[in-house]
Design a protein around this ligand. Structure first.
Ligand code: HEC
Ligand code: HEC
Length: 236
């Protein structure tokens, strides 16, 4: 009996360890995502090991906008970067540098990044930061409807808690800033994000305002394993 419990605990621990060793899975992506090729710089950065200390030194310029915590701003102009998968961080920045995602505010800074190693370093440093445990959420008035919509249309890609996928470069969206989620959903619908997933565009193209607000509110309230990560950093 005890042995069986121990064995079960061992399996759980192994699963946890596998989970925390997940960055290795980045390499699966080097050829491209399920919905299109990656820009070459992203493929190169994903094949490298990032150095969080070098990334920390480089993050100073990013902190001016994204904040030292990488929590972004409540108005949702700036996304929370903390908790985001390294593959997503690298893909998004490389897409901006290759002008496949417009970001006029950040572009002048994005092009100062020296290349794939610096991208990998930045992603490694951001990966050490805990997520905002009190992220700005929606008004909470239509969450039941948002939940049903999420489970019907979003969970198959973003996961049941909005955790996304490191291996497939699908963004973590659970616990992201409410206003940022609303804005991105509309920009993805309107084709403003040229790097969007075409299947996702099909999902949101017929959304009403109620749909956008309710689903974003629900997503902003989700909690993923990333929320529990690096928590000790918060007390420092
Ligand atoms: C001048 C302000 C500014 C600076 C400096 C800046 N950013 Fe940004 N960044 C933004 C804005 C604004 C957005 C949101 C763009 C949008 O709404 O599509 C953004 C978006 C991002 C995203 C996409 C996140 C997502 O969830 O898709 C990443 C990753 C990112 N920034 C990383 C960085 C890093 C790393 C640095 C430092 C090298 C940096 N940013 C510097 C303004 C800035
Ligand atoms: C077919 C898979 C798929 C479906 C369905 C889907 N998404 Fe996405 N979503 C993605 C991918 C992939 C990206 C990132 C695309 C890229 O690389 O720019 C994304 C990006 C996003 C972003 C931007 C994240 C960021 O950090 O900038 C948000 C917000 C989002 N999705 C929310 C949703 C919601 C809410 C739904 C349901 C209404 C949904 N998605 C349905 C695959 C999907």
């Amino acid at each position: 009996m005890t042995r069986r419990i121990l064995r079960a605990a061992g399996c759980a621990l192994a699963a946890l360890l596998l989970h925390s060793a997940a960055p290795q899975a980045q390499h699966e992506l080097t050829g491209g995502t399920q919905w299109g090729p990656l820009v070459q710089e992203a493929s190169r950065a994903l094949a490298l090991t990032g150095d969080p200390r070098a990334g920390k030194a480089r993050y100073g310029v990013c902190a001016a906008c994204h904040r030292p915590t990488a929590w972004g701003d409540p108005a949702g102009t700036l996304p929370q970067l903390a908790g985001q998968h390294a593959t997503v961080l690298i893909k998004q920045i490389a897409d901006m540098r290759a002008s496949q995602r417009d970001n006029p505010a950040m572009y002048p800074f994005a092009i100062l990044i020296e290349g794939p190693q610096e991208l990998a370093d930045l992603a490694a440093y951001i990966g050490t930061l805990p997520m905002n445990p009190m992220n700005p959420q929606g008004p909470g008035t239509d969450v039941g409807y948002g939940k049903a919509l999420f489970e019907d249309t979003c969970a198959r890609c973003h996961g049941p808690s909005g955790e996304g996928s490191l291996a497939a470069a699908i963004p973590l969206i659970g616990g992201q800033t409410y206003a940022y989620i609303v804005r991105q959903l509309k920009e993805i619908r309107d084709g403003k994000r040229r790097n969007a997933n075409p299947d996702m565009v099909k999902q949101v193209i017929g959304f009403s305002d109620r749909d956008f607000l309710a689903v974003a509110d629900y997503v902003s309230r989700l909690r993923t394993p990333s929320h529990g990560r690096n928590l000790e950093q918060l007390s420092k």
